[in-house]
Every structure is written in structure tokens, then in C-alpha cells.
Design a protein. Structure first.
Length: 448
């Protein structure tokens, strides 16, 4: 570090010490999108910034690092600007880390992946803005280990915006409000979503890397607060059959060096510029491969199914279409920006954003033609028996195959990361495919 950086870090440490901080929770994100890390003393912060907090590389999902040698150690280098006290862990400050190995940025680190895409964008003088919409369930296990929603009274057929559930769970929601506000989130709203036990908390958009960092901090906070209230914060996309699942919608936009919108045009079709239509075309073109990264679990495809819902509504974006304020489409345009409705909360947010940006830029660079706009409710169209637009992959197996065959996207994202991702996710699919479910036993055990 330079002398100026040393001085700045010394000032930060002094400010943290004055707030009673004695330890730093150094965090990184593994391939599955799960925050990991360790506690280090405040006095060790300079080394954690310059060299990084050390971790055994093979002990972390998806690094691809060996068990020995110079690259056997994963170093999480603290980003000083990310330091902030954790209100739910007195005496501890949170820090975001970048992954390094052998003194070089680690090409299987998902945060480095997103930074690489943003560097490509910066060469054009553009900035990527993202608003992330976290949906989640509050769940718990009964004495027999069976999972259900944490609030046993949350049983309405149509529970959206249920105020009685908000009253019953106000302790959790208000603790989230207090802690997120203390962490610098600009909260916008909290509501009960379409399924029992399901909530959404919205906050202000940001530049893409900051938005991804903030979402990981949101998850860290929600896990801690839910546990304090006897519940589990669940990012499982579809925990309940016959009910809507959870999405993690990305509201994306681009601005140029002067801060002017790149993708928006009030006079254009769907409120988009030519570049905006090309970005949307890139998302549609690469949608099958993007499904693997944005909906990366077996359970994700239970959400991505055109099934009925007990609440009477489902917003599952299963058809590869673009529509103006049309929530039945995979790409929804609204107020001159694009809502990408494919991601769910089981994704690695850094990797999903990197892939989303890579696909959109490919659409712009190759000047892909604008997709036809969809101006109808696709679920009503399906019910009427009319031909339907192309469908997303039906399961994780097909999504992985699509990613494996999409050489353009894999090359743009990073082949090292994609190789690790495909290896781990193929093993996940294979393990699932060998299971025998209760449904199979009920349907087939004495059926023939």
C-alpha cells in the first residue's frame, strides 16, 4: 500500500476502535453463493488488506485450488471501503474480500468475475446499475425434522400483503429495518408476498458491484435476525408445492460517461433504445445457458414451471419473451429499464450479474435484432390452448447442457469459473437423479 493508503487505513482502524470494534468478520462468497469467512483481530487488518486473510483453498467450494504449493492457499483481501460495524454482532465489523491465490486475482472467485465484466464495460465508459429484489421464506423445522413455514397462522389462500402476518412477524421485520438502516441500506418497502411464509424487502439500487456486495450483507443479516426470532431465513426457490416460489429479480440499466441512459428511450418501443433492445435480445438468446447460473439448483426448476398456485397467481417467467410491464415474460420492461426475472435467491449473485451483463453486451456487440414484444398474459394464452413461445430449460440437467454448449457466454464469463461450476452442479444433478422421492413411492410402489 502507498503511504496515503496506510494513513487512510489507520484512520479507519481508529474510527472502528472508537466504536468498540475489536474484530473483523472477513467474508467472501463461495461458488454456491454462500457467504463464508473468519474473524480476525482489528490489529491484523493491515495484513488482511495487503495480503489477505488466509483460507485452505480446497476447503472452499469451487476454487479449483490444489492441496499444496503456492496456489493451495486462498487469500481474501479486505476491501477497506466495505468496512462497517455489524449491529447484530457487537464489537465486530464486516468486510468484503476479493479472492486471490499465488498473489494474483483468482479466476474462480465470483467477485473477481463480476469485476472483470465491469472492467470490460468501463472501457466503453459505461456503468451498470442494478436493483435487486430479495424474496424469501421464513421457515422452521418441527420436532420430526420436517420443514414448514415459521408462522403457523400464516394460512390464507391469497396471502399477498397480509397485514396480520406482518403484525405477527413485526419483531423480525423491525429488527431487519433497524439493522439494515444502520448498515447503510436505503429501505423502500417490506411486504408479505404471494405464498404463505414469504416476504420481500426492497432497498435502493446501486452500481452492480456494490449491489452484489449489499445483497450478500442482506443475506448475512437476515440469517442472523431470523435465527434470533426462532426461524430460518430461506433462499430455497420453491419450498412449498402449489404456491409461488421466490425470485431474485434484477432491475438493470446502463449509463454512459455523462450519466445518460444507454438502454432507455422514452420515444422507443417498450421505452428502450436500440442498445436496450439489443441487450434484451442478448438475454433471450443466451437464456438457456443463463438459467444454469441464475437458477442453479434442482429446486429452481420447480419454481420455473407453469404450475397452478393456491393463491391464484404465479409470476414464474418460463417463456423466453419480452413485454412492457408484463410479469408473465422473462424480460419485463418498465420505466426505461429491464427487469430480468430469471434469477432466484439460490444463485451466486456475483456470477449471475456477471453472466447477465456478458449476455446483454453480446447482444449489443452483435447487434442482435429486437425480440418481438409480447402484449398478452401468457398464462391465459396457455390455458386457451394456443401455441406458446419457446420455454426455458425444464430442469437443471438441461440448463447445464445449455451452458456447456454456449461457448460465447462461457468465454466471456470465464472458462475457469464455468468449468468449476459445471463440475459441481453436474454432481448435484447426478446426486438428485439417484434419489427416490415419496411421490415416486406413492405412485409406483404397488401400481403395476
Amino acid at each position: 500500500m502507498s503511504g496515503g493508503d496506510d494513513h487512510s487505513l489507520t484512520e479507519r482502524m481508529g474510527a472502528l476502535r472508537a466504536q468498540g470494534i475489536h474484530s473483523i468478520l472477513t467474508t467472501f462468497t463461495d461458488l454456491h453463493g454462500v457467504p463464508k469467512g473468519k474473524l480476525v483481530p482489528l490489529e491484523a487488518l493491515p495484513d488482511a488488506v495487503a495480503t489477505g486473510a488466509g483460507f485452505a483453498g480446497p476447503s472452499i467450494w469451487g476454487t479449483g485450488l490444489p492441496r499444496m504449493g503456492a496456489r493451495g492457499e486462498y487469500f481474501g483481501r479486505v476491501v477497506p471501503e466495505s468496512l462497517r460495524p455489524l449491529p447484530f454482532m457487537p464489537g465486530v465489523a464486516h468486510a468484503v474480500c476479493d479472492g486471490f491465490a499465488g498473489g494474483e486475482p483468482l479466476d474462480t472467485c465470483s467477485r473477481q468475475l463480476l469485476k472483470h465484466q465491469l472492467n470490460r464495460l468501463r472501457e466503453r465508459g459505461w456503468t451498470f446499475h442494478v436493483g435487486i429484489e430479495p424474496e424469501f421464506f421464513l421457515m422452521k423445522q418441527d420436532p420430526q425434522g420436517r420443514w414448514g413455514v415459521a408462522d403457523a397462522q400464516d394460512q390464507l389462500d391469497k396471502p399477498s400483503y397480509d397485514l396480520k402476518a406482518i403484525h405477527r412477524n413485526f419483531g423480525f421485520l423491525d429488527d431487519m429495518r433497524r439493522h439494515l438502516s444502520a448498515l447503510g441500506f436505503e429501505l423502500q418497502q417490506m411486504d408479505h408476498e404471494d405464498a404463505i411464509g414469504q416476504y420481500e424487502i426492497n432497498y435502493r439500487h446501486d452500481e452492480a458491484l456494490a449491489a452484489a456486495d449489499r445483497y450478500q450483507l442482506f443475506k448475512l443479516t437476515a440469517h442472523a435476525v431470523a435465527q434470533q426470532h426462532g426461524a430460518t431465513f430461506s433462499c430455497m426457490p420453491k419450498p412449498l408445492a402449489g404456491a409461488p416460489g421466490s425470485g431474485l429479480h434484477f432491475h438493470v440499466s446502463l449509463t454512459d460517461a455523462q450519466g445518460r441512459p444507454v438502454m432507455a428511450d422514452p420515444a422507443g418501443a417498450l421505452g428502450l433504445s436500440t442498445a436496450g433492445h439489443q441487450f434484451a435480445a442478448g438475454l433471450i438468446h443466451h437464456a438457456d445457458a443463463l438459467a444454469a447460473l441464475c437458477a442453479p439448483t434442482v429446486n429452481s426448476y420447480k419454481r420455473l414451471a407453469s404450475s397452478a398456485s393456491a393463491s391464484g397467481t404465479t409470476w414464474s417467467p418460463v417463456w423466453k419473451t419480452v413485454g412492457d410491464n408484463n410479469r408473465t415474460c422473462l424480460v419485463r420492461t418498465v420505466a426505461g429499464r429491464i427487469e430480468w426475472r430469471l434469477p432466484d435467491p439460490s444463485c451466486n449473485v456475483y456470477a449471475a450479474l456477471a453472466a447477465t451483463l456478458a449476455a446483454g453486451l453480446d447482444g449489443i456487440d452483435r447487434e442482435l435484432p429486437a425480440p418481438d414484444a409480447c402484449d398478452e398474459d401468457l398464462y391465459q394464452r396457455q390455458a386457451s390452448g394456443q401455441p406458446m413461445p419457446p420455454h426455458l430449460p425444464r430442469d437443471l440437467h438441461d440448463a447445464l447442457a445449455a451452458l456447456r454448449s454456449d461457448a460465447i457466454l462461457c468465454d466471456d464469463i470465464g472458462t475457469a469459473f464455468c468449468e468449476q461450476f459445471l463440475k459441481l452442479k453436474q454432481a448435484e444433478w447426478d446426486a438428485y437423479a439417484q434419489q427416490v422421492s415419496d411421490w415416486e413411492l406413492k405412485s409406483y410402489a404397488d401400481g403395476f
